[in-house]
Write a protein that binds this ligand. Sequence first.
Ligand code: ZN
Length: 414
Amino acid sequence: MPLDASRTVRELEELRELTGDENGAQRVAWTETWETARGWLRETVASTGATETVDAAGNQWFTLPGRSERAVLIGGHIDSVPNGGWLDGCLNVLGGVEVLRRVAEKGEPPVTIRLVNWADEEGARFGRSLFGSSAAAGSMADHDELRALRDADGISLPDALAEHGVELDRTLEARSELDSAAAYLELHIEQGPVLESLDLPLGVVLGTFGVERHRITWRGQAAHAGSTPMAQRRDALAGAAKLALEIREIAARTGDGAVCTSGGVVCRPGIVTSVVETAEQLLDQRHLDAGKLAAMLEQAEEASRRFAAEENIEVEFEKIWSIEPILFDETLLGFCEDSVREVSGTAHRLPSGPLHDAAEVSRAGVPTVMLFVQSLRGLSHTRLEDTKPEHLELAVAALDRLASKTIAWIADGG
Ligand SMILES: [Zn+2]
């Protein structure tokens, strides 16, 4: 079958009908609807002749054997958040199905082609994102924490996994899946407003941002709102408030896409008649450059110490989580740029703010690249998520070209 990108759009609509409702997509991982989507994918892929296997972490693989065992991987995730959109994750998978069809039609490919539907990218039910890909990448190191996770109904993660044939203690066995991987390609909606603002359908993704997440505790003194003169207060909220504004300056000074977010502040005692004694603030900082990310964190810490001194309060930083920036493979970036230019005229390079399965695969040492397609209004994780059908078709055409170039490169010993 020659490539028919409009078929991908029809299949996305079919999947939406099958697994969504009036509030959006409901393919939350480790649920019946998710299993329905996986079954539907199995039937959809069947005509390509690719063989299905499910690994120890629940990742669903479709393999089209080639003359060489070295494999070009195309990945995505069919799981969604509750009330999610019709494209996040499944566009990647269905674009990959179309590439499989086109490759299968030409007979045995020179290298093996594998489509992977990663299990639980979103972490929507248990709060742990990139589940399947981190197992395959070997970076999953939080089994003790995973064992303790429960969903909103009190069901534990290991019990939910077992219902779908996955044993938590064996998930790292999925690592062997990447042994033969020579390259990894992922198409995704941008989930941000950059491509739309540039009026471009597609973008080449340089890598995923490094992230530094901290909990900052400001400590002052609770005191009566009526009897404590302004000059004698030790107001913990004042430190948090100053920092919430300062991070805008830090991001602006750093530039190159730097983002800093103070996503929450909890004040105690939190009553109208008291000065705030403690303010617990959440800070998320992201950058594609590890040095600049470290400098942003340092500037936030330095500013915090200054604000603490000014306000006569104390401040303490505690790391919640961090990940280093992941830069994609130079050769694949070149192929991606050529593919995007061929189908849409202009190839713009941009970083990814959100994390993706591709980051895990890249960390595992597999040459990786991602391709973005414009998101209308930058929205995702909502039923309002959308992309113009003609842009979806361009994205599938670009993914196919990227796959062709990558297959030729690997076949050539790349
Ligand atoms: Zn996604």
